[in-house]
Design a protein around this ligand. Structure first.
Ligand code: ZN
Length: 245
């Protein structure tokens, strides 16, 4: 995937945490447009400033679609159940929004979910939420920012970013595919501990059926196959890291 401008680099990052990219695409694409307008004149900024600014802008956009507290209560209860299963709980806020299906861990700590997730069967809801919480628990946003910072160490300038764009595209894709598998394994471990089976995983992954490989996500088929390998009883999944000393 050719990436030729800072805005395109940021746009790739924007869609990274989205669990089911095609349904979520309208929101992600709109946000990417908004960021593109901002990121283009970002010369002089360090990449982490560009990333922070784009995350803040996207958050402000999502905030405009926040639903009433009573509509987010059931999803908050699901999140609390999942957090109750974790030995180490990441700091996170839940933001439930109106609009098309969406599930994303924004900037590593804001769980943005559309209210429509609340009407899914329990096992599917829990898988989707536990997957996103897995991204936060395992520090995936930080790893991605580290990659950006390593390849764009100075100011964000088009000539510099053009030079590293192909490498960044390749490395980011490999990194985030690994994040997806790890978040799936995390969600599967949580789901089992809450009494749900692989049928819920399959149903959750098929909320968007027949999704092929994208720069940010392995295909649904590969994700499901990987989880089948983890199996019903495998305790050593990539899901939950031991607490740091
Ligand atoms: Zn994900």
């Amino acid at each position: 995937m050719p990436l030729t401008r800072p805005a395109a680099l940021v746009a790739l990052l924007l869609v990274v945490p989205v669990l089911l990219a095609s349904l979520a695409r309208p929101a992600a694409a709109a946000a990417a447009d908004a960021v593109a307008a901002d990121a283009a004149p970002a010369s002089g900024s360090a990449i982490h400033e560009v990333l922070d600014r784009s995350a803040r802008q996207r958050l402000a956009e999502f905030e405009r679609h926040r639903v009433a507290p009573e509509l987010s209560a059931s999803l908050q209860a699901d999140v609390d159940r999942i957090m109750g299963q974790l030995a180490v709980r990441p700091d996170l806020q839940l933001l439930v929004v109106d609009g098309p299906f969406h599930a994303e861990m924004l900037a590593g700590h804001v769980l943005v979910v559309s209210a429509s997730v609340a009407v899914l069967p329990e096992g599917e809801r829990l898988f989707i939420l536990a997957h996103e919480i897995g991204h936060a628990a395992m520090g995936h946003w930080g790893e991605l920012c580290e990659l950006y910072g390593r390849l764009i160490p100075g100011e964000v300038r088009q000539d510099l970013t053009d030079a590293v764009a192909p490498q960044l595209g390749r490395e980011a894709s490999v990194l985030v595919h690994g994040h997806e598998y790890a978040a799936d394994a995390h969600a599967w471990q949580i789901l089992r501990s809450l009494g749900h089976g692989m049928d819920s995983v399959l149903a959750a992954l098929q909320v968007v059926p027949n999704m092929g490989d994208t720069p940010t996500h392995p295909s649904t088929r590969k994700r499901y196959a990987r989880l089948r390998l983890v199996g019903e009883n495998e305790p050593r999944s990539a899901a939950i890291r031991p607490a740091s000393p």
